[in-house]
Design a protein around this ligand. Structure first.
Ligand code: NAD
Ligand code: GLY
Length: 360
């Protein structure tokens, strides 16, 4: 097992990464001082696979588990789902000491975290991420949110979990498309700030995709270390944390433009990253060889390297509604070089349009 600290003063916590960890959750929480009732949020699919392990582990350590099962899919990451969970928590008489646990991917984690942040003005929150994307990204750093019909993650908070337990053995049941989607965020860390990790991925990608336990643990721990360092330095995204959004402004336009759920988050981020890389080339920062190198890695990971053929004007319209637009200027994360990202609003809109057109 590997552990990665997230250093945030009194709100610091540990990410545990390794095989077969879910069954240890009861023991880990036994002396936490949390209330005896816990709300275990999951979806049908994940609860059927892993609900028993978590529930028995908690029950054997004296907790009473209230399952909060939500519908599967991005289209259910909304206030209606949150409201059902508030009802469950209230009916089960959860008080402020009682924890909410998220067992699932990023959708479960984001909604459960949003409910934990707001129910009774905040109750302890535990992340048990079960997708690659959730283990390397969404469970770490405290961004919790639900979508508004007109925009992704519009309603949310920064609310740190008390503990993240990433059991890598659960990734064996994840559909291949979901593993590929998670790889987009793994590759992102290499591109924005960790060139040695990018080189490791170029050597070891096949082992990660084949879900070899040692390769998974290494890739997840290294991704979490990168994310933890960024979050510890800039929890509320005043500066450096924005770099984690490489490809995301373009990617969110793809997700919204195609209808949530049609493109997986990581797929949209991969195509969006290629648009950001193309724009970085037009800024004079990346060369043709760099573009080919990034594209080759995404292709090997089975990820799209062009976006859907929406009109560039449609992309721009959707991007302008993204929360990373400030004072009418488009803040974008671009690459000064492979392994070093920068947040800038210096790109000409004509170059942004051409970069999109070049990658659709
Ligand atoms: P997801 O939560 O929709 O899960 C993907 C699918 O995998 C679902 O059908 C789920 O039921 C299934 N699944 C989950 N674990 C499984 C397992 N172990 N075995 C078999 N099936 C399993 O998708 P995701 O990619 O995990 O998360 C995407 C969401 O995360 C998006 O809403 C995105 O906005 C959000 N996100 C949040 C952050 C953040 O910082 N909070 C960062 C990145 C992404
Ligand atoms: N996924 C981007 C962030 O957590 O800031």
């Amino acid at each position: 097992m590997k552990t990665v600290p997230v250093n945030l003063g009194t709100r610091s916590y540990t990410i545990h990464i390794g095989e077969g960890l879910l069954g240890k959750i009861g023991k880990l929480l036994q002396f936490s001082g949390y209330g005896k009732t816990v709300l275990l949020v999951s979806n049908f699919q994940v609860f059927q696979l892993y609900g028993d392990i978590v529930q028995s582990s908690l029950e054997s350590c004296g907790f009473e588990v209230v399952p909060g099962i939500i519908e599967t899919g991005e289209e259910h990451k909304n206030l209606a789902t949150a409201e059902k969970l508030y009802d469950l928590a209230y009916t089960a008489e959860l008080d402020r000491r009682c924890a909410i646990l998220a067992l699932g991917g990023g959708v479960v984690g984001d909604v459960a975290g949003f409910v934990a942040a707001t129910y009774l003005r905040g109750v302890p929150f535990i992340q048990l991420p079960t997708t690659l994307l959730a283990q390397v990204d969404s469970s770490v750093g405290g961004k919790v949110a639900v979508n508004h019909p007109r925009g992704k993650n519009i309603i949310g908070a920064f609310y740190q979990p008390r503990l993240v337990l990433a059991d890598t053995s659960v990734l064996q049941t994840l559909p291949p498309r979901e593993i590929r989607s998670g790889m987009a965020e793994v590759i992102k860390y290499g591109l924005i700030r960790d060139l040695p990790f990018l080189e490791w991925l170029e050597q070891n990608l096949d082992n990660v995709l084949a879900r070899r336990p040692d390769a998974l643990v290494f890739a997840i721990a290294r991704s979490c270390k990168n994310k933890a360092e960024v979050v510890s330095a800039d929890e509320k995204e005043k500066g450096e944390r924005a770099l984690l959004n490489l490809g995301h402004t373009f990617g969110h336009a793809i997700e919204a433009g195609m209808g949530y759920g049609a493109w997986l988050h990581g797929e949209a981020v991969a195509a969006g990253t290629m648009m950001a890389a193309e724009l970085s080339r037009r800024m004079g920062w990346l060369g043709e060889g760099d573009i080919e190198r990034i594209e080759a890695l995404f292709r090997r990971a089975g990820l799209p390297t062009v976006g859907p053929a929406l009109e560039p004007a449609k992309y721009l319209d959707l991007m302008q509604h993204d929360k990373k637009v400030q004072n009418g200027k488009m803040n974008l994360v671009l690459l000064e070089q492979i392994g070093r990202a920068v947040s800038t609003n210096a790109a000409l809109m004509s170059d942004v349009t051409n970069a999109i057109a070049c990658r659709t």
